[in-house]
Design a protein around this ligand. Structure first.
Ligand SMILES: Cc1cc2nc3c(=O)[nH]c(=O)nc-3n(C[C@H](O)[C@H](O)[C@H](O)COP(=O)(O)O)c2cc1C
Length: 198
C-alpha cells in the first residue's frame, strides 16, 4: 500500500550537515509523490537522550505514565504509516541522540510489551557511513548493523523494513574522485528510497 504520512526522525548536531541534506532529499521526493511529511529534528527539538527515572519501564505495569515528552513524541507517530530514520554512523552504531530516542520513546507498553502499536507501519533506516563499503563488510559491521535493524523491526512486528547505507560520506577511506558527482549519487540513492513506498 502506498505511504501517505511519513515521519522522518533524524539526528545531527548541524542543521546544514550532509545528513540534513539527505533528509531534505527524501522529504522533497516524498512530497513530489504526494506523501505528507513531518520531520523530527532531535537536536533542534532539544531532545534529551538520557533515560531518567521517570521513563524507566515498570515491567509489571505496561500502563505506566512516562514523562510528558515521551508521550508527546510517541503520540506523534500514531497517525504516520511510515517512519524514516536518518543518521550518521558513529562508532558503528547510532548516535547517542537516536539511541536515546529509542530507549525513551519506544518504551515498554508503548512500542512493545502489550502488543506493539507500531506493527503495520513501514520503516526505512538510512545510515551515512564515513568509510567504504568494502571495509564496512570486511570487519563485519554491515552484518552487525543489518541484523540489529532487522531484529529491532521484527521484535516490534514490523514486516516492511528497509535499510540503506550511504557510503564514503567523508571520502577518506576511498577516493571519491569528483566529490560533486559522488554526493549527487548519494542524493539519488536516498531519493530512490521513496520508490519503495509507492
Ligand atoms: C563520533 C563519530 C564517530 C564516527 N564513527 C564512524 C564509524 O564508526 N564508521 C564510519 O565509517 N564513519 C564514522 N564516522 C564518520 C561519519 O559517519 C561521517 O562523519 C558522516 O557519515 C558524515 O555525514 P555528516 O557530514 O552529515 O556528518 C564517525 C564520525 C563521528 C563524528
Amino acid at each position: 500500500m502506498k505511504s501517505e504520512n511519513m515521519y522522518i526522525i533524524w539526528s545531527h548536531p548541524r542543521a546544514d550537515s550532509l545528513t540534513a541534506k539527505i533528509v531534505e532529499e527524501i522529504q522533497g521526493e516524498a512530497t513530489r509523490n504526494d506523501i505528507s511529511v513531518t520531520t523530527l529534528d532531535l537536536y533542534r527539538r532539544g531532545f534529551n537522550p538520557a533515560l531518567e527515572q521517570d521513563d524507566e519501564p515498570d515491567w509489571q505495569n505496561p500502563q505506566k505514565q512516562y514523562s510528558s515528552e515521551v508521550h508527546q513524541l510517541f503520540g506523534e507517530l500514531q497517525d504516520k504509516d511510515t517512519l524514516v530514520f536518518v543518521f550518521p554512523l558513529w562508532w558503528y552504531s547510532f548516535p547517542a541522540m537516536l539511541k536515546g530516542y529509542l530507549d525513551r520513546v519506544w518504551n515498554h507498553g508503548l512500542a512493545y510489551g502489550k502488543g506493539s502499536t507500531l506493527a503495520g507501519k513501514k520503516i526505512r533506516w538510512v545510515a551515512l557511513i564515513g568509510g567504504s563499503e568494502d571495509k564496512f563488510i570486511e570487519y563485519g559491521w554491515c552484518k552487525n548493523m543489518t541484523d540489529f535493524l532487522n531484529g529491532a523491526a521484527s521484535y516490534l512486528g514490523i514486516e516492511d523494513n528497509g535499510i540503506t547505507f550511504l557510503y564514503n560520506t567523508i571520502g577518506v577511506e576511498q577516493d571519491i574522485g569528483d566529490n560533486q558527482s559522488h554526493y549527487e549519487s548519494l542524493f539519488e540513492k536516498s531519493r530512490r528510497i521513496v520508490d519503495t513506498l509507492l
